[in-house]
Design a protein around this ligand. Structure first.
Ligand SMILES: *Cc1c(COP(=O)(O)O)cnc(C)c1O
Length: 362
């Protein structure tokens, strides 16, 4: 067996100890003689796994008690629609801050249910910066303000929670940066994230909701689309994605064992600094086009000075044990995703390879 450094944007690399534990437990979880994914979600074994994952995530993120935490199937994209259905009246205004691909997706998913307004956008500049919160044009009647904390494809990130001077709840897509650094959850109405970037495997998403918002009537919807019902049913209104929930729980445990989000913030800062310094110090061989203050710590898109070298870069990097560096098709070029589970040694190996490649092809 040989494991490479995997820079995939999502599904993304998982911590090796988590994969090993899952392997060890796959046939026989905790002496039960069956896999955790072969057992009823309502049985005592999975209830224990679910409750532990919930408690660990709350500890990890410092989620206050007046917030509900849901583990749901459907991914972040489904949450984008459900948030509109649950927290806005039919056709009510919602303010969207558009900082890249995923902000646009959020608007699109809410489109049938709300009057989605663009409060600010950085599209004219090709999404190379985030719109400064002071420039956001917010509607007084908006049900909520939505923004994307980290744009996974464009590689731009808000480094501070936007300080908006309004009582309108802030709703944020943290799919690709949740648990990467300490976060004041109490500043938000809703935080949501698909798990497959920083929390575990695809197939489960986490939705953190300030409980008073659950009193909003929202719009006509089936029970299965109703967050209140999911909260009452403890995310088990129907059969939850037990395997994904279990694996995410192992990732939470691993993060806590490693020192929690404060420790990952330090590691992530070192990794991002190392990579951006390699790009900026390459004498133009590599370039990242994002405004320095908005550069993502999680997803680093970069371009070679001559795109005719792209194929060689991808082939040689793969040979060097560096996987999935091809950029998103919307942007081309390269992208290195360096989530919590990417060790510093992986970024060091990438930076060494980039230096070597530049010397040989410069
Ligand atoms: C990946 C991603 C999504 C989409 O997640 P799905 O689970 O595929 O629906 C949404 N927002 C951001 C920021 C993402 O990175």
């Amino acid at each position: 067996m040989s494991r490479v450094f995997n820079f995939s944007a999502g599904p993304a690399t998982l911590p090796e100890p988590v994969l090993l534990q899952a392997r060890d437990e796959l046939l026989d979880w905790n002496g039960v003689g069956a896999s955790i994914i072969e057992l009823s979600h309502r049985g005592p074994e999975f209830m224990q796994v679910a409750a532990q994952a919930d408690a660990d995530l709350r500890t990890l993120l410092g989620v206050p008690d007046d917030y509900a935490v849901l583990f749901l199937a459907g991914g972040a994209t489904t949450a984008q629609a459900l948030i509109a259905l649950n927290f806005a009246e039919p056709g009510q205004a919602v303010d969207y801050v558009v900082s890249g691909h995923w902000s646009k997706t959020a608007m699109k998913q809410a489109g049938p249910y709300v009057t989605a307004r663009v409060a600010a956008t950085s599209e004219e500049g090709g999404f190379r910066d985030v719109p400064a919160p002071a420039t956001w044009s917010l509607s007084p009647d908006a049900a909520y303000v939505h923004y994307t904390a980290n744009e996974t494809i464009h590689g731009v990130e808000f480094h501070d929670v936007p300080d908006i001077d309004t009582k309108t709840p802030l709703v944020a897509d943290f799919s690709s940066s949740i648990a990467s650094e300490p976060l004041d959850v109490s500043r938000f109405g809703v935080i949501y994230a698909g798990a497959q970037k920083n929390l575990g495997p695809v197939g489960v998403s986490v939705v953190i909701i300030r409980r008073d918002l659950l009193e909003r009537s929202g719009q006509a919807r089936a029970d299965i689309l109703d967050y209140r019902s999911h909260v009452r049913g403890e995310s088990m209104l129907n059969t939850p994605p037990t395997w994904n929930w279990y694996l995410a729980g192992l990732v939470f445990r691993w993060m806590l064992d490693q020192g929690g989000v404060a420790e990952f913030a330090r590691r992530n800062a070192r990794k991002a600094t190392m990579l951006y310094e390699a790009i900026d110090g390459s004498g133009g061989f590599y370039r990242n086009e994002i405004a320095v203050q908005a550069r993502s710590r999680m997803n680093v898109p970069f371009f070679l000075h001559d795109e005719r070298l792209d194929a060689a870069f991808l082939a040689e990097s793969k040979q060097a044990g560096l996987l999935a560096l091809k950029g998103h098709r919307v942007l081309g070029g390269m992208r290195a995703s360096i989530y919590n589970a990417m060790p510093e040694a992986g970024v060091r190996a990438l930076v060494d390879f980039m230096g070597d490649f530049a010397r040989r092809h410069g």
